[in-house]
Write a protein that binds this ligand. Structure first.
Ligand code: NAP
Ligand code: MG
Length: 403
């Protein structure tokens, strides 16, 4: 069988631990035998990040900006303890944070659904994608413990102007205060990325805040979203999709009764909390994909989970592992589909569909890793014949793909 030619190089970002092992297997068995593709390789494995003083992460971000599409393996964000353990020069920052910053991107997470894997929420039939604003709010706040009586104020000094002072609270005793911010530029690029994603996927867009309570801060988010949605209203209409604004508590109540098939855009904190709720509701972290979308249309695909360190330790100790590779495989298929769409090469996009059908076909046929068998059998220790090991799953997908 002739290999399918991929016109533009695909940027490949390798990573760490168990996902690095899966990465190699997926590439060797599901990608390279079928595609004639130039992979522009960046090794974001911790060792190489350390050796290059993290320059490799910046180079990878620049490559994605140049070519438009990248696919990334999960990476370790070293803790202080790991700096000693791995003899690192320093605690390098999160590569995902660096990529998000460089591409000014928004992260979208979407679960992969299989008919035979029950969801915890019965009404959920289609994926609920979450778009999380990844700048500012409490993640970038300043806070202060108030030890006793005194006055807390918000002070803003405009460049070249007189300070504006707002009393936060007159404290009669101990308490606590916090100051946080966002920028209109970041909110706008978040709104644009969400609208772009909804249009690409052809799904409704929901956005929610608590603007009834936060009449300035949350209201700015609402206003900017409304402006950006109005700018693309005609395209939404053409696709038959809609933009809907809700209060956050209403959105939460609606979502558990909804059948899914929407993008839910969330402010930073809501996205942090709700994306874990949605992931848990749909089953396993191994089935959650993630894509970073920049406002100017650059895409970086990955699995939403980490490097699955616990399984890697088992692997190193020679014990059997059953790590779910589905989200990693879908990162490759997502990137290839986008590459095909951007290049106008239908065969590449069709191959992405084929990989995904092969994966879903395996699971529907009862071939799955242990995390999914746990859900089906509703026990932490499902029978050994109900699941396959890490490499075994990828082998079965490869056979389906070739057949
Ligand atoms: P994790 O790698 O997501 O794993 C947490 C647990 O979730 C695992 O122990 C496993 O549970 C389950 N799990 C996750 N993915 C799975 C899969 N594909 N198949 C089966 N089970 C899966 O999170 P972590 O252990 O907290 O973090 C490990 C490292 O990953 C850290 O260094 C962290 O910085 C990094 N990280 C990277 C990214 C990224 O690059 N995007 C994201 C998150 C974390 P059981 O043990 O119960 O089987
Ligand atoms: Mg969270």
């Amino acid at each position: 069988m002739a290999k399918i030619h991929v016109k533009t190089p695909l940027v490949e970002l390798d990573g760490d631990e168990m996902t690095r092992i899966i990465w190699q297997l997926v590439k060797e068995k599901l990608i390279l035998p079928f595609l004639d593709v130039t992979l522009e390789y960046y090794d974001l494995g911790l060792e190489h990040r350390d050796a290059t003083d993290d320059q490799v992460t910046h180079d990878a971000a620049a490559a994605i900006a140049r070519h438009g599409v990248g696919v990334k393996c999960a990476t370790i964000t070293p803790s202080i303890a790991q700096v000693g353990e791995f003899k690192l020069k320093k605690a390098w920052p999160s590569p995902n944070g660096t990529l998000r910053g460089a591409l000014d991107g928004t992260v979208f997470r979407k679960p992969i659904i299989c008919p035979n894997i029950p969801t915890a929420v019965r009404s959920w039939k289609k994926p609920i994608a979450i778009g999380r604003h990844a700048y500012g709010d409490i993640y970038n706040c300043r806070e202060h413990y108030v030890p006793g009586p005194g006055k807390a104020e918000l002070v803003f000094t405009p460049s070249g102007g007189e300070p504006v002072r707002i009393t936060i609270h007159d404290f009669a005793g101990p308490g606590v205060i916090m100051g946080m911010h966002n920028t209109e530029r970041s909110i706008r690029s978040f709104a644009r990325a969400c609208l772009e994603y909804a249009l690409t996927e052809g799904i409704d867009l929901w956005f929610a805040t608590k603007d009834t309570i936060s009449k300035t801060y949350h209201t700015l988010f609402k206003t900017v979203f409304a402006e950006e949605a109005a700018a693309r209203a005609a395209e939404f209409k053409t696709l038959g999709i809609s933009y809907r604004y809700l209060l956050i508590d209403d959105a939460v109540a609606q979502i558990v009764k909804h059948e899914g098939g929407i993008l839910w855009a969330c402010m930073n904190y809501d996205g942090d909390v709700q994306s874990d709720m949605v992931a848990a509701g749909f089953g396993s972290l191994g089935m959650m994909t993630s894509v970073l979308v920049s406002p100017d249309g650059k895409f970086e695909y990955e699995a939403a989970h980490g490097t699955v360190s616990r399984h890697y330790r088992d692997h190193l100790a020679g014990r059997e592992t059953s790590t779910n590779s589905v989200a990693t495989i879908f990162a490759w298929s997502g990137a290839l589909r986008k590459r095909g769409d951007l290049d106008g090469t239908e065969k590449v996009s069709a191959f992405a569909d084929r990989i995904e059908r092969a994966v879903l076909g395996c699971i529907a046929g009862g071939v799955m890793t242990r995390d999914l068998a746990r859900i089906i059998h509703n026990t932490m220790d499902p029978p050994r014949d109900s699941w396959v090991d890490t490499a075994g799953f990828i082998d079965v997908v490869a056979r389906r793909l070739a057949g």
